[in-house]
Ligand binder design. Structure first.
Ligand code: B12
Ligand code: SF4
Ligand code: SF4
Length: 379
């Protein structure tokens, strides 16, 4: 007998009998919520179609179905990570909180466990774990109702603030948007809960954050913009060659990433980090490194110490460049001797950075950047 038209579920890669589909649709939300709760993650989801074919879709948004044609729902998760326990000392470089411990690895492990349970319980379901994947994660998380977007351009979970990492599961089942979805409400109200606060814009050491009048697509929503090339995260992690002059003192003692627009945020100051985060952190270099010891490292030592961590993704010469800049922004004779040998370094970028740092160490004692604070410098 031919199947009834209603039994055929169009465009789903694996055609499942309708009874199985409806049981899946009924079970999946509970399974997802249970998995997220067990793994200490926040969760929200939205069907892809609702976003990609909705009226306020942005043109440059990537459709996950281009790479995963079977995907029907994006399930967004957030893992909170703790703020540094204490600021670095005078001879220490600062590592941004997201990079201090292997939080990406932790998130991946947890999402893989959730995906495994889903596959075990529903073998016909297709699931893809995305960590550092191709989606514009903040947008998906926001549209799902996981949180709101701040002037620092980051996604804020209502309880955990913005110190969190995002990851996703793509699933082949089309689920109704999760109950916590604020989508309808947010369509008619401002997206942000920042109010009149502009602390992050004022604190950003390079003037990388900007607020435009409105989003041209959705005029009712404030539109926050980050000048990527000015952000110290870009400069420490992704910028090859010499550090631009305007960024050097602004860098302070940062070796990797920057947390300032999150540190100053009142929401983050009161946000409790989930206890599982800080009590048992995964492996990582920690929040600070001795600058003299870092400058004394050779490449094999660097790789042995940091491979597998965000820091280990830096080319060794970029790590040294950042350490030299941090040395210039630190204080004291002790560090001068660590910098001096680099004046004769065969890499001209390092030799030049050492020269800048030595000049600064000797002539700018007591300069605000030397205590680890950053100096506001606009390029
Ligand atoms: C490139 C990148 C950067 C760049 C640029 C960041 C930027 N703001 O664009 C640099 C290197 C500067 C950077 C810095 C940091 N990053 Co980063 N970064 C990314 C990455 C890989 C891509 C972001 C991106 O596509 N940017 C381009 C812009 C155009 O896209 P977008 O900001 O997401 O917004 C677009 C869409 O989402 C869409 N959209 C947004 N909202 C809405 C709403 C609706 C209704 C619709 C329809 C569309 C829509 O419109 C925008 C324009 O197309 C993401 C991971 C990912 N795959 O998403 C992490 C990510 C954004 N970074 C993250 C982190 C932690 C950081 C740092 C804090 C790290 C650090 N301590 O140094 C800093 C923070 C700087 C800051 N204030 O933003 C986290 C943010 C978590 C959070 N709470 O939001 C992410 C999500 C990584 C992760 N997996 O958790 N990052
Ligand atoms: S991470 Fe630092 S440099 Fe980048 S926008 Fe925030 S405060 Fe500015
Ligand atoms: S510091 Fe103020 S303006 Fe910036 S994200 Fe936080 S609440 Fe919003």
């Amino acid at each position: 007998m031919l199947p009834q038209a209603g039994n055929l579920l169009p465009q789903v890669g694996n055609l499942l009998p309708q009874a199985e589909m409806s049981s899946l649709t009924a079970m999946l939300p509970a399974l997802l919520r249970e998995g997220a709760a067990q793994e200490g993650l926040a969760i929200a989801w939205i069907p892809i179609q609702a976003v990609m074919e909705g009226e306020d879709k942005l043109e440059d948004w990537i459709d996950p179905r281009l790479r995963f044609p079977w995907a029907r729902t994006v399930v967004s998760f957030a893992l909170p990570y703790p703020a540094p326990a204490a600021p670095p000392g005078l001879l220490e470089g600062r590592i941004a909180a997201f990079a201090a411990y292997d939080w990406y690895g932790t998130l991946k492990e947890r999402l893989c466990r959730i995906a495994k349970t889903l596959r075990e319980q529903h073998p016909s379901l297709r699931v893809k774990v995305l960590v550092e994947g191709p989606l514009q994660e903040k947008g998906w998380a926001w549209r799902s109702g996981l949180g709101w977007r701040g002037r620092n351009t980051l996604l804020f979970h209502p309880a955990w603030g913005s110190r969190l990492l995002l990851g996703e599961l793509l699933v082949s089942e089309e689920l109704e948007a999760s109950e916590s979805s604020e989508q309808e409400q947010l369509k008619h109200t401002p997206v942000s809960r920042c109010g009149d606060c502009r602390l992050c814009l004022e604190a950003c050491p390079t003037g990388a954050l900007e607020e435009n009048e409105s989003d041209s697509i959705r005029p009712s929503a404030p539109f926050f913009h980050l000048h990527v090339e000015r952000c110290l995260d870009t400069l420490t992690l992704h910028h090859p060659g010499s550090l631009p002059d305007w960024a050097r003192s602004a860098l302070g003692q940062r070796l990797v990433g920057c947390d300032l627009c999150q540190e100053v945020c009142p929401y983050n100051k009161v946000a409790p980090c989930a206890p599982f985060c800080s009590s048992n952190p995964p492996p990582g270099p920690g929040w600070k490194l001795s600058i003299p010891s870092s400058l004394a490292m050779d490449e094999s030592h660097f790789q042995a110490a940091f491979t597998g961590h965000t820091l280990g993704r830096l080319p060794f010469s970029r790590f040294l460049r950042n350490c030299l800049a941090a040395a210039g922004n630190s204080d004291g004779a002790a560090i001068t001797e660590s910098v001096r040998p680099f004046l004769r370094h065969p890499d001209p970028i390092l030799a030049e950075q050492a020269s800048w740092s030595l000049a600064r160490l000797t002539s700018h004692r007591g300069f605000p950047g030397s205590t680890g604070q950053s100096i506001k410098t606009r390029p």
